[in-house]
Design a binder for this molecule. Structure first.
Ligand code: TYD
Length: 220
């Protein structure tokens, strides 16, 4: 884990990997494949997600994904940040302190992309809000599964599940989200691994493993 700016905090013992991308980009599949590989090699792994990685977070998730009617964009950004603050404080931070590997579906890059570019809040402010919420911590690696929103839409349609509030947004929204993710990755090439999500799942998993393997020390 990398502490962006909180003075005096030391690097924690564990390894923190986040997965990002649009809806339907295959994050859940890749998180599971990475977890299986890590566990098979004897690591202790915590798989978790945002929103909804804690009991409080599940209440927040229900609001942000299933509330009928509008939520003011700033309120939505604050709800995701609240979920994140509690999640990092109670689940992710302690696991990293124990030296475990955290594999996390979405983190603050999702807020910058969805609430910033998607909802058209100031992306810098949205990022600052999340950094404030979490004490400025950033993952060691962020895997971005990049996918054209029209391909993603076809995958979600095939799933036959009802769309949540974000999934139901128009294509232009998802185009902006995609562009924002790519911009974030370009700004922080050392943290991001960008993968073409149209590639077969096993090839993607191999690319993720190749990126993570050198970061695993005996301590993880
Ligand atoms: P996710 O759990 O990945 O969706 P699914 O249940 O379909 O696998 O994410 C839920 C939605 O929340 C997704 O549409 C993106 C959105 N989201 C934000 O808008 N901002 C955020 O900060 C996060 C973490 C998610």
């Amino acid at each position: 884990m990398v502490v962006e700016r909180a003075a005096g905090q030391t690097k924690r013992a564990g390894l923190w990997v986040t997965l990002e991308g649009g809806d339907g980009s295959g994050k859940t599949t890749q998180a599971a494949l990475l977890r299986d590989w890590l566990e098979a090699s004897g690591r202790t792994v915590v798989t978790t997600r945002e929103p909804g990685g804690t009991d409080v977070g599940r209440l927040v998730r229900d609001i942000v994904l299933h509330h009928r009617g509008d939520i003011a964009p700033r309120a939505e950004a604050l709800l995701y940040a609240a979920d994140r603050a509690h999640h990092i404080e109670t689940v992710v931070g302690p696991a990293l302190d124990r030296g475990e590997v955290v594999v996390q579906d979405r983190y603050l890059d999702s807020s910058v992309a969805y609430q910033g570019a998607g909802r058209v809040l100031d992306p810098g402010e949205v990022r600052e809000l999340s950094l404030w919420a979490t004490g400025g911590v950033l993952p060691d690696v962020t895997v971005l599964l990049d996918l054209d929103p029209s391909r993603a839409r076809a995958r979600l349609d095939a799933d036959d599940k009802p769309f949540d509030r974000l999934e139901a947004e128009r294509d232009e929204f998802h185009e902006r989200v995609r562009a924002a993710f790519l911009q974030l990755a370009a700004a922080e090439p050392a943290r991001f691994l960008v993968l073409d999500a149209t590639r077969p799942a096993d090839e993607l998993a191999a690319a993720v493993r190749a990126r993570v393997a050198p970061l695993l020390s005996a301590a993880h």
